[in-house]
Design a protein around this ligand. Structure first.
Ligand code: SF4
Ligand code: SF4
Ligand code: SF4
Length: 387
C-alpha cells in the first residue's frame, strides 16, 4: 500500500522515534498492562509506515482510538490520528471493509447513517421537543446529532434525549427558540474516522444544504464529535461556512454574561469529576469552559482526576469500534479515578461508560455506583425556574 502522500501530509517523515507518543497513548498503556508482550505503539506504526511495512490488512491502523493524546506530545508535530484516518480511508477505497469492528449498537447506528446518506428519509426524530420552543428558521441552530437514535439503540443504558431537552430548555430561558431540523442527518463523524469518506461527504452535503438554507449564523452542538466535524471537517470537504460552538462554550457564555442564573440554595452539595472528551479537549483544545460551567453551579465542587486536560485518557472507544478488554480497562481506570459523579460533555462518553457499568458484572460497587451525567443536564437542573 502506498502511504507516501499520507506520510507527507501528516508530517510522519519527521518522526525522530522518541516514543513520547507511545508513552502518552492510553491504548499503549492499557494493552501493555494486560499483555506485556503485545502493547500498542504509535511510534512503531509510524516507523513501519516509513519503511513501507504497513499493508492494508494491518490491524495497527484500526486499533488506534484517534484520541490525539500522542499528537499533543509529539516534538515533530506528527499528526498520527490524521495519518490513521487517511490510511483507513485509503484501505476502504481500495478494498471492501478493512478491519473495522463495530459493536452491535455501533453497527445499528452505522446502518442508520447509511440510510440517511442514501435516501431522503422522512424521520420521526422530534418527539423529545414536547412543549419546548423551537423554530424552522433563524440565526441559532441546535444540532441535535444522534441523541434520538442513541436512546433507541441503547434503551437500557442511556436517555440522551434529556440532554437535548436540557439544552433547548436553557436556550428558551435565554430567549432563544433555536432552529431544530426535522430531518437533520448524522454529522458523519464515525464514517469519516472509519474510512467511509464517500458516505461522510454525502451526509455532510445534506446537513450543509439544510443548515445554510435556513439563514443560520451559529450552530450549537451537544456532541463534541459533531462540534469538531461541523467546525473543522465540513469546511474542508464540502461548501460550508457557519460558526459552530460546543454546548459547554455556549453555556459558559450565558452564565458569565448573567443571561442564565442558578437557584441560590443548591439541592445538594457534592464533589464531581470531569471527563475531557477527546474531540472537545485534545482535538479542539476546549478545556476551560466546561470547568467554568461546573464551578459556577452552586453546590458543585470540581476535583480534577489524576490525569486531566491534555493529559487525560479518553473513554476508551471511538466510533463504536474495536471494543474489547483493553478498551474496557481504559474506561474502568478512568471511572476508578472519578468522584461519585463523573460529568461529561459528550453523549458518547456517557454511553461507553454506562454501557460498561451496565454489562460488566465484576466491577466494584463504588465504580458501579458512579453517576455519569451530562453538563447540560446539571445546568438545567440548577437553573432558576424563571430568568
Ligand atoms: S512522538 Fe512524534 S517524533 Fe516521537 S516517536 Fe512519536 S511520532 Fe515520532
Ligand atoms: S490517537 Fe490516541 S490511541 Fe491513537 S496512537 Fe495516539 S494516543 Fe494512542
Ligand atoms: S462500551 Fe461503547 S463501543 Fe463498547 S459495546 Fe458499549 S456502546 Fe459499544
Amino acid at each position: 500500500m502506498n502511504l507516501e502522500p499520507l506520510i507527507e501530509t501528516t508530517r510522519a517523515y519527521s518522526c525522530i522515534s522518541c516514543a513520547k507518543c507511545t508513552g502518552r497513548c492510553p491504548l499503549a498503556r492499557a494493552s501493555y498492562e494486560l499483555d506485556r508482550d503485545g502493547g500498542y505503539s504509535p511510534r512503531a506504526v509510524v516507523s513501519k509506515a516509513l519503511q513501507g511495512e504497513i499493508d492494508d490488512h494491518s490491524g495497527m491502523i484500526w486499533d488506534c482510538l484517534t484520541c490525539n493524546a500522542c499528537a499533543l506530545k509529539c516534538p515533530s508535530d506528527v499528526d498520527f490520528p490524521g495519518f490513521v484516518r487517511q490510511a483507513r480511508s485509503k484501505i476502504r477505497k481500495e478494498r471492501a471493509n478493512g478491519q473495522v469492528r463495530l459493536c452491535t449498537g455501533g453497527s445499528q447506528l452505522s446502518e442508520i447513517a447509511n440510510l440517511m446518506a442514501e435516501r431522503d428519509l422522512q424521520q420521526k426524530r422530534m418527539d423529545w421537543v414536547g412543549d419546548l420552543q423551537v423554530a424552522v428558521e433563524g440565526e441559532t441552530l441546535y444540532f441535535v446529532g444522534c441523541l434520538p437514535y442513541f436512546d433507541l439503540v441503547f434503551p437500557d443504558v442511556v436517555h440522551t434525549q434529556t440532554i437535548a431537552q436540557s439544552m433547548v430548555k436553557i436556550m428558551n430561558a435565554a430567549g432563544i427558540a433555536p432552529v431544530v431540523l426535522a430531518n437533520e442527518v448524522c454529522c458523519g463523524h464515525d464514517k469519516l474516522w472509519t474510512g467511509e469518506e464517500d458516505v461522510f461527504k454525502a451526509l455532510a452535503r445534506k446537513n450543509a444544504a439544510m443548515i445554510q438554507e435556513r439563514g443560520v449564523k451559529r450552530i450549537v452542538t451537544s456532541c463534541p464529535e459533531c462540534y469538531r466535524t461541523l467546525k473543522l471537517d465540513y469546511p474542508e470537504f464540502v461548501d460550508f461556512n457557519v460558526e459552530v460552538v460546543h454546548s459547554s462554550q455556549f453555556l459558559s457564555e450565558l452564565i458569565s454574561d448573567g443571561t442564565i442564573r442558578f437557584k441560590d440554595e443548591p439541592e445538594t452539595e457534592r464533589t464531581v469529576s470531569y471527563q475531557d472528551p477527546c474531540r472537545l479537549g485534545k482535538h479542539m483544545r476546549v478545556f476551560q469552559e466546561p470547568r467554568d460551567v461546573i464551578n459556577s453551579i452552586p453546590g458543585l465542587r470540581l476535583e480534577e482526576m489524576t490525569e486531566t486536560k491534555a493529559e487525560s485518557a479518553c473513554c476508551g472507544t471511538s466510533a463504536f469500534s474495536g471494543c474489547d478488554k483493553v478498551r474496557e480497562k481504559i474506561r474502568l481506570d478512568r471511572l476508578s479515578q472519578a468522584k461519585s459523579t463523573l460529568v461529561t460533555a459528550c453523549p458518547k462518553c456517557q454511553i461507553h461508560f454506562k454501557c460498561t457499568q451496565h454489562t460488566n458484572q465484576t466491577i466494584s460497587p463504588e465504580v458501579q455506583g458512579i453517576e455519569v451525567k451530562d453538563l447540560a443536564n446539571l445546568v438545567a437542573e440548577a437553573m432558576e425556574a424563571h430568568v
